[in-house]
Design a protein around this ligand. Structure first.
Ligand SMILES: C[S@@+](CC[C@H](N)C(=O)[O-])C[C@H]1O[C@@H](n2cnc3c(N)ncnc32)[C@H](O)[C@@H]1O
Length: 306
C-alpha cells in the first residue's frame, strides 16, 4: 500500500489546471513545489466547498481569502493513500481538517471514526467568516450551529468531539490505551504545546501509523515549535518529510515570501513509547528562553545610522 509522500507527490502531479471557480481576489499565488500540480478537480472542489464554510478568513480591510485550504488537500490525499480507520485531530478549529478527512473517507468508501479535540466548546460562538450560496459574511456562530445548518450530516456523523486542553485530553486518551492510525497535530502553536502534543501523539500512534503536523514556518515565531520538534521526531520516525503548503493552490498566503508548510512523520519505530512528565515540565522553561531569543532587544546585533 502506498504510504509515503513520494507517492503523494507523484499522485498529485496529475492535473495542473486551477479551479476555475476561484474569484479574482482568491486567485492562487505562483506555485512552487509538489502541491502546484495537486489534486484532481473532484478533490479540489470537495476541499473548496468545505473551505468556504469552515476555512475562510476575512482581513481588516474586508477582503475574504482562503486560510491555508491546502492542509485539507493533504489530509484528503492521506486518507486515500493510507486508508486509516481511527483518526485523531488535535485542534478542531472550525472543522475544515476533520470535515475534509470525513469527506475524503466517504468519497473513497472508507469507514472512519475521527476523534477531534479542542479547548473551545462546540456551542461557543466565535467569529466565523463564511460564504453561503455565493454571499460572503462574517457571522458570530458556534461550530454546532454552522455544522448543523450547512454541513452534510453524513460527515459530522463520523466525528467524536472532545472538549478540553490537550494537556488533559491527550493523557486521558493514553490512559484509555487508545490508538490511532493517523494523527493531525494542529492546536496550540507555542513551543510547549507542540512538544507536548507530539510526545503524546507518538504514544497514541498505532504501529505503522502517521502523524501530520501543520505550521512549519521557520521565519515566523508561531512556527518555531514545529521547527524545534522536527529533529527530535527523526529519532522516533523512519521518515520525516517537510513540504510547503500554504497558498500554493488556492492563494491567500499571509506572507508568500515566508514559507509555511507541514511535516509528515511515517515509519514509527516499533518500541514501547512513554512520555516523561518531568522532562515535559522542563520544556515550560525552554519555552520562556525561546521567547526571549525572539525578542528584538535580546539579539546582539545593532544597526546604527550613518
Ligand atoms: C488552527 S485551529 C485548528 C484548525 C483545524 N485543525 C482545521 O484544520 O481546520 C487551532 C485550534 O486549536 C485549538 N487549541 C489551541 N490550543 C489548544 C490546546 N492547548 N488544547 C486544545 N485545543 C487547543 C484552538 O481553540 C483552535 O480551535
Amino acid at each position: 500500500m502506498p504510504q509515503n509522500l513520494d507517492t503523494l507527490h507523484s499522485a498529485y502531479a496529475i492535473s495542473a489546471r486551477m479551479n476555475s471557480s476561484l474569484s479574482p481576489e482568491m486567485k492562487p499565488a505562483p506555485a512552487t513545489g509538489w502541491l502546484q500540480n495537486a489534486a484532481n478537480e473532484e478533490c479540489r472542489a470537495r476541499v473548496w466547498q468545505l473551505g468556504l464554510l469552515t476555512g475562510l478568513k476575512c482581513e481588516e480591510d474586508g477582503i475574504f481569502a482562503p486560510a491555508n485550504f491546502e492542509r485539507a488537500l493533504v489530509l484528503d490525499r492521506l486518507i486515500q493513500l493510507r486508508r486509516p480507520q481511527r483518526i485523531l485531530e488535535i485542534g478542531t478549529g472550525r472543522g475544515l481538517g476533520c470535515m475534509s478527512m470525513a469527506a475524503s473517507a466517504r468519497s473513497h468508501g472508507l469507514a472512519v471514526e475521527i476523534t477531534t479535540l479542542d479547548l473551545s466548546p462546540t456551542d461557543l460562538p466565535i467569529r466565523w467568516p463564511i460564504e453561503i450560496d455565493g454571499a460572503r459574511q462574517v457571522l458570530n456562530a458556534s461550530r454546532r450551529e454552522i455544522w448543523s445548518l450547512h454541513i452534510d450530516p453524513a460527515l459530522t456523523a463520523v466525528l467524536r468531539e472532545v472538549t478540553g486542553e490537550t494537556t488533559r485530553t491527550l493523557p486521558a486518551l493514553a490512559r484509555e490505551q487508545r490508538q490511532f492510525d493517523l494523527i493531525f497535530i494542529d492546536a496550540g502553536h507555542d513551543l510547549y504545546s507542540v512538544v507536548h502534543d507530539l510526545a503524546y501523539s507518538t504514544k497514541l500512534l498505532a504501529p505503522g501509523g502517521a502523524i501530520l503536523m501543520d505550521d512549519f514556518a521557520p521565519l515566523e515565531e508561531f512556527g518555531l515549535g514545529t521547527c524545534v520538534v522536527a529533529p527530535h521526531a527523526r529519532r522516533f520516525f523512519g521518515k520525516v518529510e517537510i513540504f510547503p503548503t500554504e497558498g500554493l493552490i488556492y492563494g491567500g498566503a499571509v506572507q508568500p515570501e515566508a514559507p509555511r508548510g507541514m511535516v509528515l512523520l511515517t515509519d514509527p519505530i516499533a518500541q514501547e513509547i512513554s512520555v516523561s512528565r518531568a522532562r515535559l515540565f522542563a520544556w515550560r522553561a525552554a519555552e520562556f528562553v525561546l521567547r526571549l531569543c525572539h525578542a528584538a532587544p535580546f539579539f546582539p546585533l545593532r544597526a546604527t545610522r550613518p
